[in-house]
Each structure stands twice: as structure tokens, then as C-alpha cells.
Design a protein around this ligand. Sequence first.
Ligand code: ZN
Ligand code: ZN
Length: 582
Amino acid sequence: MNKSIIILLYSIILFSCGNMNKRGDADFDQFTKTFVNDLWMQYPNWATGMGYHKYDSILQIPNAAKDKSDLEFAKRYLDSLEGFDFEKLTPTHQTDYLLIKNNLTATSFYSNEFKSGEWDASSYNFGGTLFELTNYKEASTEQIIENINKFLSKTPEYYTTAKENLKNPTLEHTALAIDQLAGTISMLREGEIKQLFTKNNADTKILESSAVAIEGFVAHLSDLKMQMDSGKMKAKDFRIGKELHSKKFDFEIQSSFNAESMYENAKKRKQTLTAEMFDIATKLWPKYMPNIVIEKDSLLRIKAVIDAVAMQHCKREDFQKEIERQIPILTKFVSENNLVTMDPTKPLVVRKEPEWMAGVAGASISSPGPYDKNGNTYYNVGSLAKYTPEGAESYLREYNNFTLQILNIHEAIPGHYVQLVHSNKTPSLIQSIFQNGAFNEGWALYAERMMMEEGFDKNTSINPSAMPDEMWLMYYKFHLRGVCNTILDYSIHSLGMKKEEALQIMMNEAFQEKSEAEGKWKRATLTQVQLCSYFTGFYEIYNFRDKVKKKQGDKFQIKAFNDKLLSFGSPPVKYIEKMFGE
Ligand code: ZN
Ligand code: ZN
């Protein structure tokens, strides 16, 4: 026998022995329990953010030892995963397995290749975690203050390390960090944390010394920024480049498509949408501009009709009231048309955006985490109070009578809020920890489309006279924004697109207001990949539904499909396809 055959035989024997001893479903739940406990010990600040408060008093120093320990943690658990016989696990456990594996594999990508700690100054801000320390409902105030004291005792060391780590900063993240850290300093000197301490007669020395340490870091950043602004120091390009972008896309989006093919899909989708909008604009032109000769240029024609339709909007002081008015109407439509199961025991609370949130007008959903499943879900509505009259008018035209309905569908019913209520019912802790952003955003975009297809365009309960053409036009514009997010993110980070070209696409080809386009540009410079989640998630969910529809034929029921789709929590669509059983 030659040597290689012996080795081959030997490895077959080893392999089959290994297989016989491999663990199965019975052990998997215990394994994930241990894993999650260890995960929170390894990442205490992430735990706090998820509403798990056992390690609240720990502020971890982002040094080389921490990096090494994270990599060891990942290796240890990747090895334990190898001990399971994947093929024999139930589909839910298989999904948990793959989500854990993806997360652990990403550890070495982020610490060895991506290395954002070297260039992203804004990653050194614990303001959000600090705020979460005050949300520990089961703890006494004394306990919370003690946690904050211990946590903040590490502030000076934390910022000394941050300064050392930041070798190659980008201008954009440095400017962001300077802005955001001012908020954290104010939290310590007069905001929530200071108030908590003074109300309880606690010693505030630690708050001031922490504020001073953060100020020292901010001074360092301001100096770096000045050098970058004046050209004395070369700033790192915020663009991460094609290779890192495509890898980050795979880890974060977890799609069956890669970044490049989604970029191609998005470009095709944009063309289709423009053609649809052109037809509607042509039809609506005489209604809105009866005495004006129709515009020949197709993009200008669409733009002119959008601008005319957008004049129909609510009053500045009625914005939040109008949102509150629409929520029960949307709920009724969803129930009457049998679209998806709603849970009346988990109502949505519409509120003015809290002060510590971004402070710019907008809308978002805050949902309870996996450790606080009975908490409220909030619909945060940005205030228009700080807007100039012109700014408010531009904002209200953007969220005109038609678009505001689409926004409420996206954020609330049956969009994010409904999806997150369903997601919170999944028994898999792993799936609620590793929520897939592309599924969440994809569902919201899918919900918009589904509502339109199911007759919401002709609904008269919000707008007394149904105007389906206007509804579709504004729906397409809203959807086009999500599609362009993918095009921009990919073009900017992988193809080096410049600001002028990006604004050109957004304003002239996607019909966005200048302020909106500027805001999106800024977001694209500060984040990577996240903007791809909207269209990628939509594309996969919508195509999957088509597949199921074709297969089930007459038996297909939209509510049954939607409920089942939402029953798996929020994993990547490609795993849902496996678990769905179609
Ligand atoms: Zn107006
Ligand atoms: Zn969304």
C-alpha cells in the first residue's frame, strides 16, 4: 500500500469515528444556552445593549488583549460547533448553527482585515451603553449608580487606548465622533446621568473626571481634524473598497446573492420603476397642469408631476396627529383583508422622538429586545419644531398625503412593528440576538408592495377620494429610494463614486429633495453595506413569495404565507426558504 492510501484510509476511519460521536439535537439547546452566557461575558457592552444587565458594570478596554481574547473565543466555539452533526439537526437548530458560525467567522474578518478601530473615531463612544445602564428595571437605583461608577472608572484608560488605536482616521468619522461625544459629555455634566446622581445625592466626582477624559480625546480628534482639513495630514478614504465591501456584505446581509449581483439587480429594478413612473406621470399631467404643454424629457416629466402631487400634505402642527389617526385605519385594513395576523395585546405607542435620539425629524420604531419581550413598541416621530418654515414645507412635501401612508405602512402596519411583534414570539434566542437587518428592512419594503397589490391604493378611509395613480406614483418613488440605497452604497464603496455623481442620481433620477440627498450621502460615507439591506431583503422575499405562489397555485393564501414567513424570527431569507417546507 502506498503512503497516501494509508493516510486516506486512516482519515476515513477517523472521520467515521468522529461522526459516530457527533452530538445532535438533544445537546444543541444546552450548547446554545452556554454559548449565549459566554457571549455576554465576552461582550458585556453588547449584552447591555440587548437588555441583559448582568455585566453592566464592565467597560471593556479595546486593546490587543481584548482582540486576542475575542479571537480565542471565536475559535473555541467554532471548534465546538464542529462537534455537531449538522445534517441531523432540526431546521431551526441548523439555522441557529449557521447564524452562530457566521458571527464567529466574522470575528477574525473584523479584527484582522476590517479594523475599523484604526480609522473610525466614532466607534469610541459608550454614550448609548451608558444610557442603557439606567434601563436596568430589576435593579435598585443604588445598584445602577454603583454600576455606573465602576463602568466609568475605566474611562481614562479607555480613551488612552482609543487614542493609540486610531492610527489612520477618516475625516468623516472623526467629525462625527466630535459631534457625538459632545452629547455623551453633556449626559455626564447635565443630562440623564448627572440628574440621576444628584437626585439620589450620589457623589458626582466620577462623572466630572470621565467628562474630562472624553474632552481630552475630543481635543485630540479636533487636532487631527484640523490637520486633515488643512492637508497637513492625509485622511484615510472613507470608502472601504471592493474587496472589504463584498466580504462585509456576505457577513452582514447573508444573502444568496453577492454584492455585485445585487448592484446589477438594483440597476435593472431602477429602470423598470422609472418606466412605470413615466406612464403614470403622463396620465396625471393634464390633471395637475392642464394649461402647460407636456414636458418632453422623461425624467423632468416625472419630477414635475411628483412636485405637483406633493403639494397635498398635512399642516406642520398636525404631523404627529395625522400619523396617530392612520394607525387604526391601517390595522383595520390589514384585518379586513386577511393579510397578516395582528396581536391586539401588543399595541403600538406613537410618541414624540425622545431627546437623546438623533434629534432630526424622521420616523423609527423602538421595539423591546429578547430580554424584555413584554415591553412597549414605540413609533418615534421626529419633531418639526426646529425647522424653518421652508425646511418644514420641504419635509411635509416629502411626506405628503400619499407618501405618509407608505411611511406608516413601512414603519408600523404591517411593516416593522408587525414583523417585530411576530419575531419576538420565536423561541430561538439565537435568532432574536442575530437578527438579520436585510430581513427586517426587506419585510418592510415587501409590506408596502403587498398593501398596494391588495387594494390599499384604492382605499378611501385615509384619503376620502381614492387616488390610486397618485398612490402608485409616490409608492414607486419611495421604493426607488430603497433601490438606490443599494446602487449608491455599492458605487461609492466599491467603484469610488464621487459626491456630485451620487447627488445627481438621487436628485435627478430618484427625484429626491436636496436635503434628503445630502443626508443620504453623509450616511453612505459613515456606514458600509447597511444601505444594501433594504432592496436585497425585498428582492429575496418577493421572489420567494412568487415561487411559493406558483407552486401552491389556487391554494395560495396571502395571510398563511405572511404568518409563516414571520414565524421564524428574523433570520436571513435564504434560511427561511429551507425551513419553510415548500
Ligand atoms: Zn405646502
Ligand atoms: Zn425600515
